[in-house]
Design a protein. Structure first.
Length: 114
């Protein structure tokens, strides 16, 4: 069984430091998959603005080619950050807040960015 890594990306405001966290999280996910680690990313707070909707960074669409196939977002964050719920790509799984502990239990390691 290979190692399961969950990367948490969480920031509450938009600034250049946060975009660095986001890119580093994506780089980390792509990098560890080269060593047989299964990487998942949970986007929380304001970070979801960078990965959902018209202003999303385009690398999100390419993550599946790097075997990063599990991208998560909390429904409560979507409702809080967006006035109207955006259309999500197929790669995103929307979680209820009470599913967080289950998600953590499914991963042996957690990396927090932001």
């Amino acid at each position: 069984m290979n190692t399961q890594l969950l990367i948490l990306v969480n920031f509450e405001s938009s600034n250049s430091e946060n975009s660095t966290y986001l890119i580093e999280a994506i780089d980390a996910a792509m990098g560890v998959t080269a060593f047989g680690v299964t990487a998942s990313i949970l986007f929380m707070g304001e970070s979801i603005k960078s990965v959902v909707g018209d202003s999303r960074i385009k690398i999100i669409d390419a993550l599946e080619f790097y075997d990063v196939e599990n991208l998560y977002i909390f429904k409560s964050d979507l409702e809080r950050v967006f006035d109207a719920l955006p259309t999500l790509g197929d790669q995103f799984k929307v979680l209820q807040d009470n599913e967080f502990s289950t998600l953590l239990e499914q991963h042996q390691q957690v990396l927090r960015m932001g």
